[in-house]
Design a protein around this ligand. Structure first.
Ligand SMILES: Cc1cc2nc3c(=O)[nH]c(=O)nc-3n(C[C@H](O)[C@H](O)[C@H](O)COP(=O)(O)OP(=O)(O)OC[C@H]3O[C@@H](n4cnc5c(N)ncnc54)[C@H](O)[C@@H]3O)c2cc1C
Length: 371
C-alpha cells in the first residue's frame, strides 16, 4: 500500500520503519525543514526496549545513552541565590534500571538512518487537508499539490493537523495540564558539570542540566490555556518573557537569555490527548497525536515506539484489511496508554509546585542527602 505518514519525529519515523519492513511504500511529510534537534534526553523504557531490539537499533541506542544516565539524583533543588535546599532521587523518575536515557535528536537520527532512502521524505511541507472516500485518501499539501494514498498515518504531535482534519477540533481531545514547558540549548557546562539544578518560585521552574556533550535550560510555568500560534518562535518567547517578568532567581537570566537568541527551541503546553478512537476509515493516528501522555510522564517516546510496532504487526497480519488492523492496534496499545496517562500530575506537582506552601512541602519531603 501507499502510505503517507505526517510527522518525522519518534512516532512518524518508527511507523515508517515498521511499514517499510513489511513492503509498504511510505512517504513522510514533515513541517520542519529538517529533523528537529530541540529537546532534552528522553527515556526508552519497558516494552519499547524490545521494540528497539526487533528494529535492530537497540545497540545504537545503548551506545548513545547519555553520560549521566543512571545517576543517583534526578535534580538538586536550589533557592533563589543558588544554595541547595532539597534533592530529588532518580528513583522517583526512573522505571527500572534497564531504562535508557538518550538525547532526543540522537534517537530521531537513529530512526531516520534505519529508514535510509527507503522512504520518500518531504521536509518543509505539511498536510493541509485530508479527504477520504472508500477507495483511498486525497491529501493536499501546504506547499501545493494533491496526492492520493491508500492509508494516512497522523503522527504529527499534540497539535496534529491530521487529527483536526479527520476527527475534529483540538479542544475535543487535548487537555492542558496547566503548565507550559520550554527547553533550550545553553553554552556547554554553564558551571553545572554533569548535574541537574532546579530553582522554583511558586508556579515557576528554571532548570539547567548538563549531559556532558550538551547543556540544556528548562523553563516551566503554571498557566491556564493561552491562545497563541504554536509555530511562532516569537510568540513562544513572548509567553516566556511575560511568565518570568520580574523573576531574578537562580538561572533565570541565563536560560531566558538563551531563549532570546535561540534559532529553535521546544515550547509547548503540557497536555494529554484522550480520544475514544484512533482511526476513522483509512486514517489512523499514532504517538502524541493519538494519546499524548504529557511531558511529565516520561513515557511518550516509548509509547510512540510500542504503538508503531503494534500498528506494523497489525497491518502485516490483517487478513480482514486495514479496519481490522486498526482495531487490533488500538486494542493492544490502549492498556499501555492508560498506564502512562495515570499519575502525571504527581510529577508536575513535584517539579512545578503551584504555591509557596506546596513548594515548602516538596522541599521538606526530599531533603538533601548527607554528603
Ligand atoms: C522539537 C521537539 C522537542 C521535544 N522535546 C521533548 C523533551 O525534551 N522531552 C519530552 O518528554 N518530550 C519532548 N518532545 C515530545 C516527544 O518527542 C513526544 O512526546 C514523543 O516522543 C512522541 O512523539 P511524536 O512523534 O508522537 O510527536 P512529536 O515528537 O511532537 O512530533 C511531531 C512531529 O510532527 C511534525 N508536524 C507537526 N505538524 C505537522 C504537519 N501538519 N505536517 C507535517 N508534520 C507536522 C512536528 O514538526 C514534529 O516533528 C519533543 C517534541 C519535539 C517536536
Amino acid at each position: 500500500m501507499a502510505v503517507l505518514v505526517s510527522g518525522a519525529s519518534i512516532a512518524g519515523l518508527s511507523v515508517a520503519q515498521q511499514l517499510i519492513a513489511r513492503g509498504h511504500q511510505v512517504t513522510v511529510v514533515e513541517r520542519a525543514p529538517a529533523l528537529r534537534t530541540a529537546g532534552s534526553p528522553i527515556d526508552v523504557r519497558g516494552a519499547a526496549l524490545r521494540v528497539a531490539e526487533r528494529m535492530g537499533i537497540l545497540g545504537d541506542i545503548q551506545r548513545n545513552r547519555v553520560m549521566n544516565s543512571g545517576r543517583a539524583l534526578f535534580t538538586t533543588f536550589v533557592d533563589a541565590a543558588g544554595a541547595p535546599v532539597a534533592a530529588l532521587p532518580n528513583a522517583e523518575a526512573a522505571d527500572s534500571e534497564d531504562d535508557i536515557e538518550i538525547a532526543r535528536d540522537r534517537l530521531v537520527a537513529i530512526l531516520h538512518e534505519a529508514i535510509g532512502d527507503r522512504a520518500e521524505f518531504r521536509f518543509g511541507d505539511a498536510v493541509a487537508g485530508v479527504e477520504q472516500d472508500p477507495g483511498g485518501v486525497n491529501v493536499t499539501f501546504a506547499g501545493g499539490g494533491e496526492r492520493r494514498f491508500d492509508l494516512v498515518v497522523g503522527a504529527d504531535g499534540i497539535h496534529s493537523t491530521v487529527r483536526r482534519a479527520v476527527f475534529g477540533p483540538e479542544r475535543l481531545f487535548r487537555r492542558h495540564l496547566d503548565v507550559y514547558f520550554a527547553i533550550v540549548d545553553l553554552p556547554l557546562g554553564c558551571g553545572v558539570h554533569g548535574e541537574s539544578i532546579t530553582y522554583n518560585a511558586p508556579g515557576r521552574m528554571v532548570g539547567v542540566s548538563d549531559f556532558g556533550d550538551r547543556t540544556l535550560g528548562f523553563l516551566a510555568f503554571r498557566s491556564p490555556e493561552r491562545p497563541y500560534d504554536y509555530h511562532s518562535l516569537g510568540e513562544q518567547r513572548r509567553l516566556l518573557e511575560d511568565a518570568f517578568a520580574g523573576e531574578r532567581g537562580w538561572g533565570c537570566e541565563l536560560v531566558l537569555g538563551a531563549v532570546r537568541s535561540a534559532s529553535d527551541l521546544y515550547f509547548d503546553s503540557v497536555s494529554q490527548v484522550r480520544m475514544p478512537s484512533w482511526s476513522s476509515g483509512r486514517v489512523v493516528l499514532a504517538g502524541d497525536a493519538a494519546h499524548a501522555a504529557a511531558l511529565f510522564s516520561g513515557r511518550g517516546t516509548s509509547l510512540a515506539m510500542i504503538g508503531a510496532a503494534l500498528l506494523g504487526e497489525a497491518l502485516g497480519a490483517a487478513t480482514g484489511g486495514y479496519a481490522t488492523a486498526f482495531a487490533d492496534y488500538e486494542r493492544r496499545l490502549r492498556p499501555h496508554v492508560t498506564r502512562a496517562q495515570e499519575g502525571v500530575t504527581y510529577a508536575r506537582d513535584l517539579l512545578v509546585p503551584a504555591t509557596a506552601a506546596e513548594l515548602a512541602a516538596r522541599n521538606s519531603r526530599f531533603p538533601l542527602l548527607a554528603a
